[in-house]
Write a protein that binds this ligand. Sequence first.
Ligand code: CTP
Ligand code: CA
Length: 228
Amino acid sequence: RSAAALAHDLAGRHVVVSAGGTREPLDPVRFLGNRSSGRQGFALAGTARARGARVTLVAANVALEPPAGVDVVHVESTAQLREAVRTAAKDADAVVMAAAVADFRPRATAAHKLKKRDDGVVEPIVLEANPDILAELAADRLRPGQVVVGFAAETGDASGDVLAHGRAKARRKGADLLAVNAVGEGLGFGTADNAVTVLDASGAVVATSAGSKEAVADALWDAVVPLL
Ligand code: CTP
Ligand code: CA
């Protein structure tokens, strides 16, 4: 671990970390969701605690034991995650949005279990956009001077490589830092190791880190501490 990490450089700070993946209900038994394991967010919470912070961990559908000494708020949907994060962020020095937030939710949630139709016709699911929690936090700064950090899992495509997408996203979101990681081919979701490039709001590279999710978490806190 870095010297800074061992020096309790988050003592006296309150940090909020969101982790996992939100689920948007279709009916009482079904949801739209994603494959986020919550491991990077849990590692961020555990390392922040080890560095002396008071930690609120907002966990969306994570099947892991939370780190000791961390306050955990369990949520399912994006609306619940938004509410829990914004409540905890009111007195937070830093907020890290490590959760994979569903971009869309079904426009309607059925009160009863949806049934197949006798005529075999399948109803389409109509979606609507969720609020962008990270962009809101960056715009609102619920506590003055609060550091706001996002994560972006990217694959390259025809319009640009991983870093090009990350840079555009960093500028769009307005967060102080955006940790960009390449996903696919055994990297990212559900795996032990991670590799991230940390960008500032202008898209400039401020740090890179590869290794365990704990090592990546410590490297991200190393980048956050000077901004506090
Ligand atoms: N995020 C958020 N609220 C959303 C969507 C994303 O707070 N509705 C946050 C995530 O927690 C993450 C960051 O924004 O910290 C980037 O998420 P990502 O899905 O990569 O970005 P999007 O803006 O949703 O863009 P894309 O079209 O690539 O999914
Ligand atoms: Ca998204």
